[in-house]
Design a protein around this ligand. Structure first.
Ligand code: C5P
Length: 353
């Protein structure tokens, strides 16, 4: 912590909440500004003030933070936070540019309400966002130069302007896949049905509603893609007709349905196509149907999950999957969806040129 930061929060507070020692004085332990940084993989400066940024850019080392910065050899993430007038200052901008050109990653700042009451750019990025930069900085870029299309969430099939058929998909698995592919350096196109999750900043994002709209978005983006991962729970049926006006209650006692376009199967039947991954959400642990789906849809891999088993499937942060391809089945234990995304992408990396 710098002298200035200790005017706002005491070191004791940070020690208590983090369970770690807080370093403030370069001379308290003669070598700490070397030993601490030598043991670290990543340095995050958050919030980074205009003063600290200027010192880093010029190589000034006159306190614990700036000496640590100067001795550190790993990846650096800088999350500026200051008044918008300071952030627009040319000296600050040139200092930041110098740091970025030397390899530092700049995270933010964001537009928002500042301490002075103005609504402008200068707010420190959300902690989750800064952590995402940290994860990305520590991830091997084994998908760099690859374009990956990911579909996520449910679709909605309308019977009239008010009512629709849909399913329980939250979009979590698809978004986790898109996030992990971004961390690994891929160019990501994320096509999602209605979901409460925030679009990923670095992905090209398409919000769709119906299976037909999802199909259109997938095919418009297909060119140049190395893999398509269909994590969306595309509705298999839609009402045979859609009324322009809200139907009378008495008119919908039975509902004729038609099949939606099967996007996965349509790509699967193409002669030249990207690596193709489908999902099979089933109730029950038997993988027979999923294995049949691999063949019927012409996919390269099917991710099977039993949505009935606890902690797996819809709306939870974890999933228990079996990866099925022409070589056989690989079952995995229950794990966070981020990790499931990791093992799926590991497989894809092995297959795509
Ligand atoms: O046939 P089923 O719906 O179980 O297949 C699931 C897989 O097929 C998922 O990957 C899903 O995204 C995809 N799918 C599709 N188009 C449909 C229905 C499912 O691409 N109309």
């Amino acid at each position: 912590m710098t002298d200035a930061s200790r005017k706002f929060v005491t070191p004791l507070t940070f020690e208590a909440v983090s369970g770690n020692k807080v370093h403030t004085d370069t001379f308290q332990d003669a070598l700490s500004h070397i030993t601490l940084t030598a043991a670290a993989d990543l340095m995050i400066i958050a919030p980074a003030t205009a003063n600290s940024i200027a010192k880093f850019a010029c190589g000034i080392a006159d306190d614990m933070l700036s000496t640590c910065f100067l001795s550190f050899r790993g990846k650096v993430i800088i999350a500026p936070a200051m008044n918008w007038r300071m952030y627009e200052n040319r000296a600050l901008r040139e200092n930041l540019r110098a740091l970025v050109s030397r390899g530092a990653v700049q995270a933010g700042p964001e537009r928002g309400s500042l301490a002075c009451g103005d609504e402008a750019v200068g707010r420190m990025s959300e902690v989750g966002e800064i952590l995402e930069y940290a994860r990305s900085a520590l991830t091997r870029k084994d998908l760099s130069g690859k374009k990956i299309i990911v579909t996520a969430g449910p679709t909605r099939e309308y019977l009239d302007p008010v009512r629709f058929l849909s399913n329980r998909s939250s979009g979590k698995m698809g978004f986790a896949l898109a996030r992990e592919a971004l961390r690994r350096g891929a160019e990501v196109v994320l096509i999602s049905g209605p979901s409460s999750l925030a679009p990923l900043r670095k992905a090209e994002f398409f919000a769709v509603e119906t299976a037909e709209e999802m199909r259109k978005a997938v095919f418009e983006n297909l060119k140049g893609s190395s893999a398509v991962i269909m994590a969306a729970a595309v509705s298999d049926f839609s009402p045979d007709t859609k009324d322009r006006r809200k139907k009378e209650k008495s008119d919908v006692l039975s509902l004729p349905l038609k099949k939606t376009p099967d996007i996965l199967a349509e790509i699967g039947s193409m002669k030249k196509r990207p690596f193709l991954v489908g999902f099979a959400a089933e109730t029950g642990a038997c993988t027979d149907r999923a294995r049949r789906k691999l063949l019927a849809k012409g996919a390269d891999m099917i991710v099977f999950n039993d949505v009935d088993s606890p902690g797996s499937g819809f709306d939870v942060g974890t999933n228990q999957v079996t990866l099925i391809d022409k070589n056989g089945e690989s079952p995995f234990p229950l794990m966070p969806k981020d990790e499931v995304a990791g093992i799926i992408l590991d497989r894809i990396v092995d297959f795509i040129p």
